[in-house]
Design a protein around this ligand. Structure first.
Ligand code: HSE
Length: 429
């Protein structure tokens, strides 16, 4: 084994950075044996050096992240700061100075992964980011390497733990969205400002990264259709249950039927209880992959948290260090298919629509006519009437989302339709 250590710079020392430091310090001998050389933490860039961080050597702390990545003797930079700038500049500067980078930064990779990949390739160094999607769950490497010989057609996952916790609570206790969010906040799952999670931004960034890798193309956050779960009601969950389904916030990336483009979307959806993703409870994540030769695969585990995310970071660190020792680099960006991303209107899916209607002759026929006019075929209809009003639940067959959404628009205009109580896509069948 080489005795001269590989030098590592850590950018950020919050929940994940502290765990990375702890594991590097306590498991140094094992990491060295696996890599073939010792790894030495050479510096840790933080904003607040005086904050108490148990187990973090104070002498390694610096507030000058730029100077740290420019030192010239750093082999690998681990970035766990998050956000776009100054991190993008720090990462590209690290590449320019010969360091490989391990990042957990989904926002940056989803916004501008192409720039980072190009810079890493130009300087013949690695860019790894297993921790950016679904915490500890091995997903990027399996998609990028293990499945590199297969053709992936669909990736569908629960990639946000906070929202899965909320939906699971709503499902198991009948609670409304606000009540479930309060519980998630009290238990530390939801952040004080839960917007990124509940509005689907976090999941959309992960969907962009997964779609790009799965389909060997470039997908950015702006390409991903996004709906959060703030509009999901206890009535939606109850309706899902009546259909033998549950509601999940899904990130879905798929090839279009003609194979000429891809789509990426995040929205709440009903899935049958028999689908493997339906059994993903609490704050767990899981990603269901459909590949031509492999068939169906599911990756499951903790998608957030200091130690699980550090596990993914350390795995990347070992890979980047091994490559450094061997004088090589791992798999870089693969975007050769250049498949464009189609808009949400082109996605083919099913709708569950719950309408409040007048309970009188001809209403059902009127509603059915609107579906027919938009070329949307109805699968099932359930009606429950009371005091001249009725609740009508229609589940469609598969149709383009644009046609489904135009159908709902036309239904809203009917005098006999008092209101559209809920609209939800149905997936996983
Ligand atoms: N806030 C995310 C979640 C974890 O709830 O899953 C980080 O992406």
């Amino acid at each position: 084994m080489r005795t001269r250590p590989l030098k590592v710079a850590l950018l950020g020392c919050g929940v994940v950075g502290s765990e990375v430091t702890r594991i590097m310090t306590t498991q140094g001998a094992d990491l060295a044996a696996r890599i073939g050389a010792p790894v030495e933490l050479a510096g840790i860039a933080v904003r607040r050096p005086n904050r108490v961080r148990a187990g973090v050597p104070a002498e390694l702390l610096t507030t000058d992240a730029t100077a740290l990545v420019k030192r010239g003797d750093i082999d690998v930079v681990i970035e766990v700061i998050g956000g776009i700038e100054p991190v993008r500049t720090l990462i590209t500067t690290a590449f320019e100075h010969g360091a490989s980078v391990v990042s957990a930064n989904k926002a940056l990779l989803a916004a501008d992964g192409a720039t980072l990949h190009a810079a890493a390739a130009a300087h013949k160094v690695d860019l790894y980011y297993e921790a950016a999607v679904a915490g500890a769950i091995p997903l990027i490497r399996p998609l990028r390497e293990s499945l590199a010989g297969d053709k992936i057609n669909r990736v569908m996952g629960i990639v946000n733990g906070t929202t899965n916790f909320i939906l699971d609570k709503m499902d198991s206790s009948g609670a409304g969205y606000s009540e479930a969010l309060d519980e998630a906040t009290a238990l530390g799952y939801a952040e004080a400002d839960p917007t990124a999670d509940v509005e689907g931004f976090d999941a959309a960034a992960k969907a962009a990264i997964l779609a790009g890798i799965a389909f060997h193309t470039r997908v950015t956050m702006d390409d991903v259709y996004r709906e959060g779960l703030t509009e999901v009601t206890a009535a939606d969950i109850a309706s899902a249950k009546r259909m033998g389904c549950t509601v999940k916030l899904l990130a879905i990336c798929e090839r279009t039927t003609d194979g000429r483009s891809v789509t990426a979307r995040v929205h709440p959806a009903m899935i049958p209880l028999s689908h493997p993703l339906a059994s993903v409870r609490e704050a767990y994540n899981a990603v269901f992959v459909e590949a031509e030769a492999a068939g169906q695969l599911m990756f499951y585990g903790p998608g957030a948290g200091g130690a699980p995310t550090a596990s993914a970071v350390l795995g990347d660190l070992v890979a980047a260090c091994r490559n450094k020792l061997a004088g090589t680099t791992g798999a870089g960006e693969s975007a050769y298919t250049q498949l464009p991303v189609s808009p949400m209107g082109d996605v083919v899916t099913r709708y569950h629509i719950s309408l409040d209607v007048a309970d009188k002759p001809g209403v059902l026929a009127q509603v059915a006519t609107v579906f027919a006019e938009h070329d949307v075929s109805i699968d099932t209809v359930r009606q429950q009437g009371k005091d001249g009003e009725a609740s009508l639940v229609v589940v469609t067959h598969r149709a383009p989302d644009a046609a489904l959404s135009a159908t709902v628009g036309a239904l809203r205009k009917l005098d006999t339709v008092r209101g559209v109580a809920s609209i939800m896509r149905v997936e996983g069948e």
